[in-house]
Design a protein around this ligand. Structure first.
Ligand code: SF4
Length: 290
């Protein structure tokens, strides 16, 4: 099925907490449901689309721009599972340049090459590194590239910290036409407290959790074969979790402008959760050693 106007969606998350795995499984689930999908990796590591392509290498847009000056779409893309068109924006030469500007240059080139008119996607997913939501990595949400953004977080404080920073960027740019938040994807859920903690963070920042992805051996096993769960274990419960997320994203999901916590409020909130989970034990241990 192909609609006239593709939906452009950015998925942010701290490095290492599963944003690329989540994004790739959502892309695979959308493709499985008959949609035309483009996934654009906006992480200098350039491994966003690996599990859609059996782990094969792919020349990044920025490398191709540096090497050949004027690449074609075929030079910088590969067809992955279910027909998903995979692209990696790439990063600067280490120690030189700005990764964020690289995203801009890559997206500009894809427009110049008329990628969206020719491929006619229903969905374009941008998988964006959310460790530092600087002017560079905010490009997809601030310059009208994506209409909505989702944030993937685990219950780890640094992942929550990164999510709160993304909320700050969205609340800054949304009033002047930037992307709005589609919601929070709770990833790597292993304990009831992990989902309760993320629920509480979402409620305090005026946002909502749109899906809970359990920590799963099926994900790790699928990745060893360079595949998404949708491809490697289509009958698994984990695959259904991703399908449900994909249906939510594909639908007319509500969007909002989050209300991020300021730094003291975030620290206080984290400490309250520490007390709740550990009963103040961590504080008592600290007092014993100082
Ligand atoms: S704007 Fe962001 S990506 Fe660019 S150099 Fe600064 S920190 Fe790095």
């Amino acid at each position: 099925m192909s609609t006239n106007k593709p939906k452009h969606i950015a998925i942010y998350g701290k490095g290492g907490i599963g944003k690329s795995t989540t994004t790739s499984n959502i892309s695979a689930a959308l493709a499985e449901a008959g949609h035309r999908v483009i996934q654009i990796g906006c992480d200098p590591k350039s491994d966003s689309t690996t599990i859609l392509r059996g782990g094969e290498d792919l020349t990044t847009v920025l490398d191709s721009l540096r090497d050949s000056g004027r690449p074609t779409i075929a030079d910088v893309s590969a067809i992955g599972f279910g027909g998903v068109l995979c692209i990696e924006a790439g990063g600067p030469v280490p120690g030189v340049g700005c990764a964020g500007r690289g995203i801009n240059a890559a997206v500009d080139l894809l427009h110049e090459l008329k990628l969206f008119e020719e491929f006619k996607p229903d969905y374009v997913l941008y998988d964006v590194l959310g460790d530092v939501v600087c002017g560079g990595f905010a490009v997809p949400i601030r310059s009208g590239i994506a209409e909505s953004a989702f944030v993937v977080t685990s219950s780890d404080f640094m992942a929550i910290f990164a999510a709160n920073n993304l909320f700050k960027a969205i609340s800054k740019y949304a009033p002047s036409g930037g992307a709005r938040l589609g919601g929070v994807i709770a990833n790597s859920i292993q304990t009831p407290y992990a989902s309760a903690l993320i629920d509480d963070f979402a409620s305090r920042t005026g946002t909502n959790v749109v899906g809970y992805v359990p920590r799963s051996l099926t994900v790790a096993q699928s990745e060893l074969y360079g595949q998404t769960v949708i491809e490697a274990a289509p009958a698994s419960e984990q695959a259904d979790v991703y399908r449900q997320l994909a249906r939510h994203i594909a639908g007319d999901h509500p969007v909002s402008i989050p209300k991020p916590l300021n730094a003291p409020a975030l620290k206080q909130w984290a400490k309250q959760w520490g007390d709740r989970v550990f009963g103040g034990a961590a504080e008592r241990r600290l007092a014993e050693v100082v």
